[in-house]
Design a protein around this ligand. Structure first.
Ligand code: FES
Length: 173
C-alpha cells in the first residue's frame, strides 16, 4: 500500500515591517501627542466637570446665613457677593463646628462656634478665639447654571490667624 501524501506545512509567516512603517508610527504618535497638548493649551480647563459636585442652588443662599450642605461644607454668601465653601471640620482637632446664628461676640452676631474648646470663627472662617491653628479650610467653589458646585478635590488651608481684620479677640467668660 502506498502512503497518503501529506502536504508539508508551510513555514510560519514572519511579520515583516517595512523599514518605513516604524518611523511613520512614531511620527503619527508624535503628531497625536502634539495635538493633545495643543488642545489642552488652547482650551485650558478649570477642572474636569466630574470633579465638581452641585451642592445647592444659588438662590438658596442668603447673605451672611451659612448653609450646611453635603460633604461637611458650609456655603457662605458674603455681602460682597462672594461665595465661600468652608469646611465644617475644625482644624484644631477635627470636631465638626456648628454655626451659632445667635452667638454674639466682639459686636457681631452669628459665628461658627465650636462648643468643645470654644474655637470661634467669623463668616469667612477666620479664627478669632480658641486654640485654632488657622481658620476653617476652604474648598473651591463655582456657580454654573444656577448651581453652586464644590470641588472636594481642591481644599486649601484656612486663613492664617493674622488675617483678623485688626480686631483683637476678647476673652470670653
Ligand atoms: S476641634 Fe474639638 S476641641 Fe478643638
Amino acid at each position: 500500500m502506498g502512503s497518503t501524501p501529506v502536504a508539508n506545512p508551510s513555514p510560519p509567516r514572519r511579520w515583516r515591517f517595512s523599514r518605513r512603517v516604524v518611523p511613520l508610527a512614531f511620527l503619527a504618535l508624535a503628531v497625536i501627542a502634539l495635538v493633545a497638548i495643543g488642545v489642552a493649551v488652547v482650551w485650558p480647563s478649570d477642572g474636569a466637570d466630574s470633579e465638581w459636585t452641585a451642592v445647592a442652588r444659588v438662590d438658596e443662599l442668603a447673605v451672611n446665613d451659612p448653609l450646611a450642605v453635603e460633604g461637611d461644607v458650609y456655603l457662605v454668601l458674603l455681602e460682597s457677593g462672594e461665595i465661600l465653601a468652608l469646611s465644617q471640620i475644625d482644624p484644631h482637632l477635627g470636631c465638626k463646628v456648628p454655626f451659632a446664628p445667635d452667638f454674639e461676640y466682639m459686636g457681631d452676631t452669628g459665628w461658627f462656634r465650636n462648643p468643645c474648646h470654644g474655637e470661634t470663627y467669623d463668616l469667612t472662617g477666620v479664627c478669632y478665639f480658641g486654640p485654632c491653628p488657622r481658620g476653617l479650610d476652604r474648598y473651591e467653589v463655582r456657580v454654573r447654571d444656577g448651581d453652586v458646585e464644590v470641588s472636594f478635590a481642591r481644599l486649601t488651608e484656612g486663613p492664617d490667624n493674622s488675617a483678623r481684620d485688626g480686631r483683637e479677640p476678647v476673652t470670653l467668660d
